[in-house]
Design a protein around this ligand. Structure first.
Ligand SMILES: Cc1ncc(COP(=O)(O)O)c(C=O)c1O
Length: 396
């Protein structure tokens, strides 16, 4: 039964919303339809909102808070039930965000100048955090697989491990921006190589609750003993339940030798100190909001199909690639015949749309844009009609 309303368009102005407030700074104009940064325009599950409202309205003390049994258990139960990922409280720590977690891992396990592997096109902040900490990012670029998909380049990966001796590899699982759900065999190959060459794997699984169209997420740490030994898993209810502003992230490290000193360092520096809404929202999301998530995923799938159909029928220069996970769509715009810089200008100035510039995800992203479809259909209809008009004008 359809229970929740994802069609409602909610004005996000005056809420310090990054997607809206940074339009002028990032895109040169406030008057664009924002379809960029990866949060959704849907209201959270009502029980989440009610629980937070009740806590803040009814108890007037917002003092120091600690993660509690039900919080940890909600993550443990969710992962076991949904993904067959088994772990216990000792394997876990709280983190105030995915990129803060990556920053901590880099600072603890590597030194300035050390090498870190990632696989572009991929979430651009990985490189920024790596390079911002004076580590060297090396991309093992994904290879085209068929006309519009990608695969990992294992030969190149082994060469990088062997010759350049990186300390860490970041695996984006599922992958952003294309929305790839990695297969167990691929993850096992990465883990075997990592173990052989002494590389720690940072598995970013923040999109793991959003596999679409029957795909199934595989946690990297579950695929083999090698994987369990070398993997740091980073998860969060933020993307799936639209809670990214609450900064609630968790880490799981199954290998006690890998985690012991790191968790001690995190604790003495109080980097895992939690906050009231993050803990509460995580517990409620995992324990009570699964039906909301399932309906949300259905809505996203329909949005994806709508965009696909619209592009096929009306935008011959743009191929919308169907994601296997997430609410993000990778648009191959090479058919428009524009240079990348011109393409970026075209989207903002001619079409009036704020999408992510594909090139920020690495060289394979040239002439691509990333579209966020985690938004009411009416918004997408408006945006795509603007795009159709702009493309028609382009060819006039
Ligand atoms: C793959 C991936 N990891 C991490 C993040 C950011 O996580 P956080 O906001 O918790 O730092 C994003 C944000 O879009 C992302 O796409």
């Amino acid at each position: 039964m359809e229970q929740y309303n994802f069609d409602e368009v909610i004005d996000r102005h005056n809420t310090h919303c990054k997607k809206v407030d940074l339009l002028k700074e990032r895109f040169g104009s406030d008057d664009l339809i924002p379809l960029w940064i990866a949060d959704m325009d849907f209201p959270v599950c009502p029980i989440l909102r009610d629980t937070l409202a009740k806590r803040f309205a009814e108890h007037p003390i917002y003092g120091y808070t600690v993660p509690y049994e039900e919080y940890w258990q909600s993550i443990i139960d969710w992962q076991r039930r949904r993904n067959g990922f088994e772990f216990c409280r000792d394997d876990m720590t709280f983190m105030p965000g995915g990129m803060p977690a990556l920053g901590m891992v880099l600072n603890f396990f590597t030194h300035p100048g050390d090498r870190v592997v990632l696989q572009e096109p991929v979430y651009y902040d990985f490189k920024e955090v790596v390079e911002g900490n004076n580590r060297l990012a090396i991309s093992n670029d994904l290879l085209p697989d068929g006309e519009h998909f990608y695969r990992m380049d294992f030969d190149a990966l082994e060469r990088i491990f062997e010759v350049r001796r990186p300390k860490i590899m970041i695996v984006c699982n599922p992958q952003n921006p294309i929305g790839i759900v990695w297969k167990k065999e691929d993850l096992a190959r990465v883990a075997a190589l990592a173990r052989r060459y002494g590389v720690i794997l940072f598995s970013d699984e923040v999109f793991s609750d959003l596999p679409l169209f029957g795909h199934k997420h595989t946690p990297l740490a579950t695929v083999s003993d090698d994987a369990a030994a070398v993997t740091i898993t980073c998860g969060s209810p933020g993307k799936a339940f639209n809670l990214t502003g609450l900064k609630s992230t968790w880490l799981v490290i199954k290998n006690p030798e890998l985690r012991r000193e790191f968790y001690r360092w995190v604790e003495v520096n109080e980097l895992c100190n939690a906050n009231i809404p993050a803990l509460l929202a995580t517990e409620v999301a995992y324990n009570c909001c699964e039906p909301w998530l399932e309906q949300c995923k259905k809505y996203i799938e329909e949005n994806v199909l709508f965009v696909e159909r619209f592009c096929n029928e009306n935008l011959p220069g743009i191929v919308a690639i169907r994601p296997q996970a997430s609410f993000l769509m990778w648009l191959d715009c090479r058919g428009l015949g524009l240079h990348h810089r011109e393409l970026v200008r075209f989207f903002a100035e001619d079409a009036g749309l704020a999408l992510n510039n594909g090139a920020i995800y690495g060289a394979p992203g040239y002439c691509h844009m990333r579209l966020n479809v985690g938004t009411p259909r009416a918004n997408l209809v408006k945006a795509l009609n603007r795009l159709r008009q702009a493309v028609e004008n382009l060819h006039r």
